[in-house]
Write a protein that binds this ligand. Structure first.
Ligand code: IMP
Length: 200
């Protein structure tokens, strides 16, 4: 069984591939196909964007596809950057500039008010039809400084609850045990397995 992951983000793909290692599907990303149109992530929620990507890609390629839309919600910032996590620091935003902006906005804010959570929504679709949606959440807090070289995105500034290290300081295998993405994928795998056994 072939599964297209509707992303060109190599960091996400690396994690998703590791999380699907023992799942009986061959994983492809959009880089394996020519001519897939760019999809505007202009939804108001992570779910809107995940559905849009999964539906459009599965329709265009006439294949089974999953899409991950994820983001960081910071309590002190009323849930920002949320669905705008990738573009938090504006046009040309990088992981570094986003983290710098976040730490700047939280300067002087004590640890108890630095609560945040990562959310990941995974949508699965077959030939343009939504099969199911899965969500995973990882609670934690924003560190005072950026630390660690593993992972991607906001990993250097996010300390998951129950841990002393940021995601970026952890062994990637450990992040994959507790992350929002792994929680969403556990649910997504159930949806996919059921669909495959019932309809294929
Ligand atoms: P999108 O899902 O492609 O819209 O990207 C969401 C953005 O959220 C990424 O560019 C990252 O900055 C951030 N993000 C999503 N998941 C993670 C994660 O697991 N670790 C760190 N940052 C993440």
């Amino acid at each position: 069984m072939e599964l297209v992951v509707a992303t060109r983000n190599k960091d996400k793909l690396r994690e998703i591939k590791a999380l699907l290692k023992s799942f009986p599907v061959k994983v492809f990303s959009l880089d394996s196909f020519k001519g897939v149109p760019e999809i505007m992530e202009d939804g108001k929620t992570l779910e809107d964007n995940a559905i849009k990507k999964a539906v459009q890609v599965s329709k265009f390629l006439k294949k089974f596809a999953v899409a991950d839309d994820s983001g960081l919600e910071v309590e002190y910032l009323d849930g920002d950057p949320g669905v705008y996590s990738a573009r938090f620091s504006g046009k040309g935003a990088t992981y570094k500039s986003n983290n710098e902006k976040l730490l700047r906005l939280l300067r002087g804010v004590p640890l108890v008010r630095r609560k945040a959570c990562f959310k990941c929504v995974i949508a699965a679709a077959d030939k343009g039809r939504v099969i199911g949606i899965a969500e995973g959440v990882c609670n934690g807090k924003i560190s005072f400084v950026s630390k660690g070289d593993n992972g991607f995105g906001y990993d250097p500034v996010f300390i998951p609850d129950g841990c002393k290290k940021t995601f970026a300081e952890m062994d990637p295998a450990w992040k994959n045990k507790i992350s929002h993405r792994s929680k969403a994928l556990v649910k997504a795998k159930k949806i996919i397995s059921k669909y495959l056994s019932l309809y294929l």
